[in-house]
Design a protein around this ligand. Structure first.
Ligand code: F6R
Length: 640
């Protein structure tokens, strides 16, 4: 590894707001909670009330959790705190499952000693003709309380702050707005489908927010990295409402690494600062350069390096030719058609070990279809190449089955049983309860256990079908049904001992040489990250066991993003036929086809997304001058 530090002080910043970056959302949230606590205590000791501006959504949850902890364990009191929330859907009853009023009670107010008569959340139940007057009154109440001391914000993927959608001006005040389509899509899962998401909301304006004495914008996860860069480094522009914050005298952004990844200081750090030129950084710089100038690596010239802020690398290597060859070889060595290692081959430059020739492989899939969607080609190769492949489905995935799909199966079974006079009272009770519930279910309501059970069985059948299709014996298919998932809601419980134990037991039983897991590190709230955390914890606890020294952990990306090209340590190519076979494997998940419950912003079906993503990886390799494949699946080896 080449590690040298060019003695030069660049320190250039493209950021127009202060950005504090943390390894993970948890650490950033703790820091922000500490700052809020310090403010409350300072004002309290002067006999003053603190006025907090609060946000809802997934972003501030960990801050609230930490504030609750500070209250319980460190005596932080909220008796002298008044709060104003940013927004509320309209129309919305305060007790509805999705109301922000209820969110605030559940995530904060009910767990601290705050006087809830001073916790203001816009009322989503005000009659339409009174909304304007109500909004004016909300503004007045903030003023009468002395103005907001500290305003907490999240950012929407479209750049909104509160529900100030693109187009909102800096002078806007509290008002009724129409929600952007993208905002409604983001809320669809919470409401059980886009059709149930309200079209309007009451929101504080950009102007109301900018009046706060201090503002902290929280931003987590790779989904928001692009918009955060625009807000922080781009021009002030009402198409990115968060960019208005640049005009505030006391604002900062607190982001995790994933969300800060697109900022110039992280994306191309050699432009803003002096960097350590280790293998990872060199790979990052050279692949970035090649893609920027649109040339294969082996055609990069000294001029290309000089003109793109990479003269340091030239000094280090002497000439472009030598850097190019080295990086080209690094990339070449990541490509293998033998994800379980190539028996009898020299493995010094291969991603996996040749020995043992037949490995025990444990493939963790957070939901019942992530295995085939995200690594179906590799999965098939591992089976075909004779490894003992075990698949572990971590959660039942039951909430992603549509109600009418469940009803179809219930009706099938009841008709079948009736036809042949099959009577099983226990089973019948489940079907009948589930059916009765379905026929009267209100929009977005939580499913009862019987229905969740039926939905779980549907997904289990689909997963088994995929395993049969790839050639995995049923005894090697493990349904873990991790308890943290089984809330029946989008909101899940925290991980607990039983979750860890289930994962540990399986690893101990299989004693794998390879573990594959969905490496969605940047999704602090998603099921994938929770599933990964459980695996990390289990591996940590088992680390001292003798078999673990041979156990390598490979991470695939389970969500839609792919690893950056410079991060990839194993790229498994697929032929056109293998792409088609993978597609057929994904089709086994019929409940997840054709307009699914959790469609997200992307209208493509899962097989289309998977194919486009795998083709894009292959195209990237090809653009960089490596061989041209139809598709590629990508992995990173993780030290645990
Ligand atoms: C919430 C709010 C919104 C959210 C934003 C991010 O009160 O006003 O602006 O902060 O939509 O939402 P999450 O945090 O769910 O990604």
């Amino acid at each position: 590894m080449i590690t040298t530090n060019m003695a030069r002080n660049k320190q250039v910043s493209f950021e127009k707001m202060t950005v504090e970056q943390y390894a993970a959302a948890a650490a950033g949230s703790k820091q922000v909670a500490q700052e809020i606590a310090a403010l409350i205590r300072r004002k309290q000791s002067n006999g003053q009330t603190t006025v907090l501006g609060l946000a809802t959504g997934s972003t501030p949850k960990m801050v609230y959790r930490e504030l609750i902890r500070l209250h319980r364990e460190e005596g932080l009191s909220f008796q002298q705190v008044t709060t104003f929330n940013l927004d509320e859907y309209y129309p919305m009853l305060p007790d509805a499952l999705q109301s922000y009023k209820r969110f605030m009670r559940e995530h904060l107010f009910d767990h601290i000693d705050i006087d809830q008569s001073r916790c203001y959340v816009p009322d989503g139940n005000v009659p339409q003709e009174l909304v304007k007057a109500y909004c004016e009154q909300y503004e007045r109440m903030i003023e009468e309380a002395g103005g907001i001391d500290l305003q907490l914000l999240g950012i929407g993927r479209n750049g909104h702050i509160a529900f100030n959608e693109p187009g909102s001006h800096s002078s806007s005040v509290t008002r009724l707005i129409t929600l952007d389509f993208s905002t409604r899509i983001d809320a669809a899962a919470e409401f059980g489908g886009i059709a149930n998401v309200p079209r309007k909301a009451i929101t504080m304006g950009v102007g109301s927010i900018l009046k706060a004495k201090q503002i902290i914008l929280l931003a987590w996860g790779e989904n928001k990295a692009g918009i955060l860069r625009q807000a922080v480094e781009g021009p002030v522009n009402d198409l990115v409402p968060a960019s208005w914050l640049q005009a505030h005298p006391h604002v900062k952004v607190v982001a995790d690494e994933a969300c800060a990844a697109e900022l110039t200081r992280n994306k191309t750090p050699w432009i803003t600062d002096t960097v350590q030129w280790d293998k990872g950084m060199i790979k990052k710089a050279v692949t970035h350069l090649a893609l920027t100038v649109n040339k294969p690596i082996l055609k990069l010239t000294n001029n290309d390096y000089n003109e793109h802020g990479l003269s340091d690398l030239l000094v280090l290597y002497g000439q472009a030719y030598d850097i190019n060859i080295e990086v080209f070889n690094w990339l070449q060595h990541t490509i293998t058609g033998w994800p379980g290692g190539k028996p009898g081959a020299d493995d010094s430059n291969r991603p996996e070990r040749a020995v043992p020739a037949k490995k025990r492989v444990l493939l963790f899939s957070p939901h019942p279809d992530d295995d085939i969607i995200s690594m179906g080609g590799t999965f098939q190769r591992l089976v075909d190449q004779g490894h003992e492949v075990h698949v572990a489905y971590q959660t039942s995935g039951n909430i992603a089955v549509a109600d009418d799909e469940a009803l179809r199966f219930i009706r099938f079974v009841t008709d079948f049983n009736r036809q042949f006079n099959i009577v099983n009272e226990e089973a019948q009770a489940i079907y009948e309860q589930a059916e009765a519930f379905l026929l009267t279910k209100t929009k977005g309501a939580k499913d009862i256990n019987a229905l969740r059970y039926v939905k779980g069985v549907i997904r289990r059948g689909e997963a088994l079908n995929t395993c049969r299709f790839t050639g995995v014996a049923e005894a090697q298919v493990h349904f873990l049904n991790m308890p943290f998932y089984e809330t029946g809601l989008v909101e899940k419980s925290p991980l607990g001992e039983p979750d860890y134990q289930i994962i540990m037991d399986l690893i101990e039983k299989v004693q794998p040489h390879q573990v594959y897991a969905a490496g969605d590190l940047a999704d602090p709230h998603g099921t994938h990250k929770v599933c990964l955390d459980a695996i990390f914890e289990a591996l940590k606890r088992l680390k001292q066991q003798p078999f673990m020294k041979d156990c390598w952990l490979w991470l695939y990306k389970g969500a839609w993003a792919e690893w950056d090209i410079h991060q990839i340590e194993m790229a498994v190519p697929m032929s056109p036929d293998q792409v088609l076979k993978k597609r057929a494997g994904i089709f086994k998940h019929q409940s997840q086809k054709d307009g699914v419950v959790f469609q997200g912003t992307d209208s493509r079906e899962f097989w289309q997304r998977a194919e486009e993503r795998n083709k894009a990886t292959a195209d990237l390799y090809n653009q960089l001058g490596l061989a041209e494949y139809a598709a590629m699946e990508a992995f990173v080896r993780w030290e645990y």
